[in-house]
Each structure stands twice: as structure tokens, then as C-alpha cells.
Write a protein that binds this ligand. Structure first.
Ligand code: PLP
Length: 482
């Protein structure tokens, strides 16, 4: 369909939808309109966000939402699931084809849910199934109370090794306040203190000593590629299951920017992902697995999940179909190229980057050289219409709340059509804001980690320059809500 026709139909669909919504709760219609205005008018650099296509967004707003479908394709605990079966089977088929995965599970509602399904699939496969076989039982309901207590103790005493939060890992990778850090005995690996890079020998040494059942690879804020073949070697040496969480970089895997040793899918026993970040789909999660783990992942419901979000699985199928188009490869390559342009833009302006650069979609700017905390930098940038999020840097002296870093990502603005020159200009605008921001003081005269003062006129100047860039690359061009 031509872009003009898509825009005309989308405009009409949303105009009418918002009118219907406003007739019930106008404040929701207003907030929805305002969100579009805000997203159109700001530089979105949050590395985990993107702009899904109108087709993906429209797919979520239907009556598929109303259908309960606990179970799996063709094996549901509810009647009348034939259309949900079609939807789920298509989402899984597109995922298998796109990622070259033997098995795909499209039900998880989010990335955290996908990781929970993966953890419990690994526990089921590695701990529960052998224990049941030894006891001659088919499932846990057949165990005596005494046997169940023993198995429960065993399930609750397994070990997980994942990347630490301040090195760029995610809180589901064994962070103590998260359930993953509570249900497993956990240890974390970091990055080299000098270079900020993953040190595979150090990971291997830790794995040999700790002997985890699960080795987790993947990240939320590490600006470099990972060699998953090496991670698999480490897992194999210590008898661990390799689980890769590719939530952040799934789009770069789908778009064949990460291939060979950098493609997690052939190397990991289980790969989890979100569908809404660089993959540019609806908010949701997915699990890919080798055949060996397929039957265990398939029990995501009732193991961890209830009814799947059928409307979101439909949108996942649409987004995955989009990601199978050749244009998605061009997009994914541009995401990585743009991150390099952004990093170079900072380096030529003497800013400090964790690891000295990037080779994925993330740039991690250390704002301590501007005399600021991440929180001050994030707030000052927001005042100037630049949307980022603060993030810890390795061994961060300001902890996970105030932080010393700003995490930036290129997936969203690349969707709008930004290229090298625009990202160089974005680096310039960010440096202008940070150079003109002064940390505030606390009531007792100490240097504040939160308050700040942005120089007169800076916000307006940067907003004006950003508006010029954004106007050249409109979001949802042709979508008119008037
Ligand atoms: N895994 C990683 C690596 C992430 O970065 C995130 C989200 O930021 C998640 C999992 C969780 O995803 P969700 O917010 O969909 O639960």
C-alpha cells in the first residue's frame, strides 16, 4: 500500500477511534492525543523505545483482546480459540523464520515475563524432570508430600550467574531486589575496570568457581557486542544452560547486523526478548528455544503465565512480518551506523563514553566530566526537549538512583529517518545543554545530586534546533488527528 494511502486510512481510523473514546472518557482521548504531540516534538533517545508502525498499533486495538486462550495452539483450556490459534501460530512462525530458531513462544506479556518463563523452563528441564523420572512420577501432583518438599528445596537452591546492573545487565539477571536474585543463589560478572569491556576469561573463571545452573548473557546498557559462541563455551565447560536475553538488540539480530558469533539464537539454549525495543513491535515478550527446551517453554502457561494477550500476539505477528522485509535490514544497519555517528559526535566534543564508543545501538555517556550526576543531566536535557534516561556506569560512585551516566539509543530516531548528520547535531545539542548546566546546592550548602540550573536561554535555543531536525523527519507523516 502507498504511504499516502496508509496515512489517510490511519488518520481516519484514529480520528474516529478518539471520538469514540472521548464520548466515554475525554481525558483519556486528550492524553492520547497529547502523547502523539509530545513524541512528535521531542528528541527520543531512550535506548529501549521505538515507534511501532501504524499497522502494529492498529492491530492492538481490536476484539482479539476479549478472548481468553490459556494453553497452547490447538490445546486450549477455553472453547472458541480457533482465531487465537491462527494468530499465535503465525507469530511463532514469523519468529522462527526471522531468527532461525527451532521453536518460538509468543505468549509472554513482557520481557520480564519472558525471562520468568525461561528460568522456570530451565528449572523444569534440569531439576524437576530428572527428579520426577527418578521417583517414577509424571508430574508434581503425583509426588508424596515428603518427595515434593525435597524437590521444592532443590528447585529453590540453584545458582545463576548474570551481568551486574552497573556493568549494563538487567535487573532480571540476578539483581537481588528482583525475583531472579531471590529465587536463585546469584553471582554477577562485571566488566574490565580499565576498558569497561566484557572480559570472557574473568567470566569463565567466575563460572568455574560458582558452577551456575544458568549463565545469563545479554544487557540493557552495555554499548558493545557480545561473543555468544564464547559464552556458550563457558556454559558448556561448567554444565550451565546458556540463556541470552536479547531484549535490547533483537532488532539488530533480526536485521542481520549481529551474525555468526554475535547472533545469540544458534548459541543459546534459550533466548528471550522483548518485541518493543529495537525490534519495533508491540510491547511484549517472546522466548526462542532449541528443541531440547521446547516442551518446557511451551508450559509457560500454567507454569508462570495465565491467558495470553491475543491482540498483542497479533501485533507481534505483524511486526515480525515487517521485520522479515528487506527494508528492516537497512533500518537495523542504520541504527548501528547512527550509534557510531552519535558516539563520534561526542568524542570530537571531548565527552567521555563508557568503553570509549559503541558497536551496537547504545551510547553510554559518562556525565561526571561535566560535573553532573545522571539525574541532573537527565532533567536538564528533558527541559531542552531531549528525552534520555539516567543510567549507572561501571562502579558508579552515585549508585543506581542518581547515577553518573546517561544512556542514549538510536532505534527511535532512526525510525524517523535520522542519519549521520542529524546524530552529529544531536551530540552537539546534548553537549551544549550539559556544558551549560550547573549542579545546585542542598539546604546545608552541600553539592546537590538532584537540583541543577540550566543557563538562561539554553533550553529554548536547543528546542529550536531540535525542532528543525524533527520537522525534517516527521513522526507518522500524514497522520492527522484534526
Ligand atoms: N530484559 C532486558 C535486557 C531489558 O532491557 C528489559 C527492559 O528494559 C527487560 C528484560 C524487561 O522488559 P519489560 O519491561 O518488557 O518487562
Amino acid at each position: 500500500m502507498s504511504d499516502d494511502r496508509t496515512s489517510a486510512l490511519t488518520s481516519s481510523a484514529y480520528q474516529q477511534a478518539l471520538e469514540v473514546i472521548a464520548s466515554v472518557e475525554p481525558r483519556i482521548a486528550d492524553a492520547t492525543r497529547q502523547e502523539l504531540t509530545d513524541q512528535r516534538g521531542s528528541l527520543k533517545l531512550i535506548a529501549s523505545e521505538n515507534y511501532a508502525s501504524p499497522a502494529v498499533l492498529l492491530t492492538m486495538g481490536t476484539w482479539l483482546s476479549d478472548k481468553y486462550a490459556e494453553g497452547t495452539v490447538g490445546h486450549r483450556f477455553y472453547a472458541g480459540c480457533q482465531n487465537v490459534d491462527t494468530v499465535e501460530a503465525l507469530a511463532a512462525e514469523h519468529a522462527r523464520e526471522l531468527f532461525g530458531a527451532p521453536y518460538a513462544y509468543a505468549q509472554p506479556h513482557s520481557g520480564i515475563d519472558a525471562n520468568l518463563v525461561a528460568f522456570w523452563s530451565i528449572l523444569a528441564h534440569r531439576v524437576e524432570t530428572p527428579a520426577l523420572a527418578k521417583l517414577g512420577a509424571k508430574n508434581v501432583n503425583e509426588l508424596t508430600e515428603e518427595d515434593w518438599e525435597r524437590l521444592r528445596h532443590e528447585l529453590g537452591n540453584q545458582r545463576l550467574l548474570g551481568m551486574s546492573l552497573d556493568a549494563g545487565g538487567h535487573l532480571t539477571h540476578g539483581f537481588r531486589p528482583n525475583i531472579s536474585g531471590k529465587m536463585f543463589h546469584q553471582q554477577q560478572y562485571g566488566t574490565d575496570p580499565e576498558t569497561g569491556l566484557l572480559d570472557y576469561d574473568a567470566v569463565a573463571a567466575k563460572a568455574r568457581e560458582f558452577k551456575p545452573l544458568v549463565l545469563v548473557a545479554g544487557y540493557s546498557a552495555y554499548p558493545r557486542r557480545v561473543n555468544f559462541a564464547k559464552m556458550r563455551e563457558i556454559a558448556d565447560e561448567v554444565g550451565a544452560t546458556l540463556m541470552v536475553d536479547m531484549a535490547h538488540f533483537a532488532g539488530l539480530v533480526a536485521g542481520k547486523v549481529f551474525t555468526g558469533d554475535e547472533d545469540p539464537v544458534p548459541h543459546a539454549h534459550i533466548t528471550t526478548t522483548t518485541t518493543h525495543k529495537s525490534l519495533r513491535g508491540p510491547r511484549g515478550g517472546m522466548v526462542l528455544a532449541q528443541e531440547e527446551y521446547a516442551a518446557d517453554v511451551d508450559r509457560g502457561c500454567p507454569m508462570v503465565l495465565g491467558g495470553p494477550l491475543s491482540h498483542v500476539m497479533a501485533a507481534k505477528a505483524v511486526a515480525l512480518a515487517e521485520a522479515r522485509q528487506p527494508s528492516f535490514r537497512t533500518y537495523a544497519q542504520q541504527v548501528a551506523d547512527n550509534a557510531k555517528s552519535l558516539a563520534e559526535g561526542f568524542l570530537t566534543r571531548d565527552a567521555t563514553l563508557v568503553t570509549g564508543g559503541t558497536d551496537n545501538h547504545i551510547v553510554l555517556l559518562d556525565v561526571s566530566s561535566f560535573g553532573l550526576t545522571g539525574r541532573q543531566a537527565e532533567s536538564a536535557l528533558l527541559d531542552a526537549g531531549v528525552v534520555t534516561n539516567r543510567n549507572s556506569v561501571p562502579q558508579d560512585p552515585n549508585g543506581a538512583w542518581y547515577t553518573s551516566g546517561i544512556r542514549l539509543g538510536t532505534p527511535a530516531l532512526t525510525t524517523r529517518g535520522f542519519g549521520h548528520d542529524e546524530f552529529d547535531a544531536v551530540a552537539d545539542l546534548i553537549v551544549q545543554v550539559l556544558q551549560n548546566t550547573e549542579p545546585g546546592t542542598t539546604k546545608d550548602g552541600k553539592r546537590s545530586k538532584a537540583s541543577y540550573a540550566l543557563g538562561d536561554g539554553v533550553a529554548d535555543k536547543v528546542k529550536g534546533a531540535a525542532a528543525d531536525l524533527l520537522d525534517k523527519h516527521p513522526l507518522y507523516p500524514g497522520l492527522n488527528l484534526a
